[in-house]
Design a binder for this molecule. Sequence first.
Ligand code: FAD
Length: 560
Amino acid sequence: MKKNKRLLIVGGVAGGASCAARARRLSEEMDIIVFERSEFVSFANCGLPYYVGRVIKVEDELLVATPELFRDRFNIEVRTETFVRRVFPALREVEAEDLKTGRRYRESYDALVLAPGSTPLKPTIPGIDLPGVHTLWTIPDSRRIMSWIRDAAVSRAVVVGGGFIGLEMAENLKHLDMDVRIVEMQPQVMPAVDPEIASFIHDHLMSRGITLHLESAVTAFEKNSTDAIVVKLNTGLALETDMVIFAAGVRPRTELAVDAGLTIGEFGGILVDERMQTCDRHIWAVGDAAEVRNVITGRSCMVPLAGPANRQGRIAADSIVGQVPPAHVFRGVQATAVCGILGLTVATTGLNEKSLSGFGESIGPYEKVYLHPDHHAGYYPDAKTLTLKLIFNTKTGRVLGAQAVGEAGVEKRIDVISMAIQRKATVFDLEEAELCYAPQYGSAKDPVNLAGMIAANIMRGHARIDHWENLTDPGTFILDVRDIEEYRQGHLENAVNIPLEDLRECLEELPRDREIWVHCYVGQRSYFAARILRQHGFKVKNISGGYLMYDPVKRYKRNY
Ligand code: FAD
């Protein structure tokens, strides 16, 4: 009798579960076994902060699938509470331990998929293992946090780390009416975006009563005489709190791969090719543990997100079962991500400006534009302004990255631009993108079109722009074309105010021997002004993003 091919999968959540289910859909003639160390398979770790915050009320809602469902629907054997301790590549075997009984045994494979994910970083800070200092990674972690909140009558929390998980936890603890502080080592939260975009998050967090301690590193956790936790910072501050959530980054789980002699990439992940295959042709790796290529730079990188993990799981299954043309290969990651923070949404895709400087010439010359359009037609009720930053190559027009922040319509624009980036599209493609429009959903010129149009104007030479951070010469002639009332409410000390409507009558007042930097509130009227001035022979630049970006740029950009 012909023996079935054996597929073993280590890790049964995002990447591993996707791989198992896809492999079964493609082949009925395969033995598929999933080893999962925890008691749960295929659970929604992305939902955990909302479970702690009681937005998701029932734990079972987090269980996307169960071992029984895998057995009955897919004929896949899931062994929970089973830890794979070693891989023996030469024998094509793994050693597993049943954590309930301690029994160790070996299983052989034809194909092995490593989907062990990552683990929260826990540096050796004194007191990091104190009761009340938590990380959030698994369902048992969320149970521990919820019991601590209940038993210790928690009303104060310190979140260490202002990344996605830290911010989501801050939101959810605020939902529980806690006094929340965020401690972040960098000068900004949400390192995935640039500092001037993060400044909108800072303002929002503070407006919601969350205290921020930026450029602050934890040096120790201690207990004081009242049994409270004291979080000591390198700034000298000591924050008294009832609970700490430690969310300061992740580390790929690569112990098995290292032990098996698989190639590890420069960022510490398991190096794979576009079929998710490691250097051993019988072993694949997917998800947070895998090191893949960046769509834009072509270089190796790590992006620990659920979307890539799920897609990679499918690709590994396709590769294992046998590819049918056209080949299904991984296109790379571009770090497309979104985070909601107490009514504010921030989203990003592609490269940010901070990272661009690290790539030097290989990425080519770039420019950025800021715009602040409404998320849908301004005349339709409840239009919300969003801020969008688009980064593009000035030689080719290729879109390199985008970030947006606002109360509504943010992720939709970033998703569109994300697809454009994956397809190596240019600002001219964004300019011409045909997107849905009705007043309650968007505008006839969608923010994505507008971003493309502004950038295309630069590419075609219709507009010259500059940025607040480059405004260093105190002798620069700054023209503010806002209304007199807007100007009175706040303006740059040396700016000359000529409202756009009066500009044509006041040309004589403007210098012809110097460059004029023109701005308005968001950058649109100043663009109109710049067009007028250029056609009258003036040397003029529009300050992208307008006065609205002045404070975010001047206050935060200095840090980089
Ligand atoms: P995981 O889904 O983590 O699965 C790995 C599994 O392997 C684990 O269950 C582990 O127990 C098991 N395992 C490890 N080693 C072994 C072993 N030796 N033997 C047996 N089993 C083993 N991403 C987003 O895109 N959006 C979000 O909103 C988002 N929110 C998140 C919120 C939280 C709190 C967390 C923790 C993560 C969040 N993520 C989010 C990240 C996302 O969940 C991960 O990127 C994704 O789950 C990675 O998938 P994976 O298959 O690589 O690893």
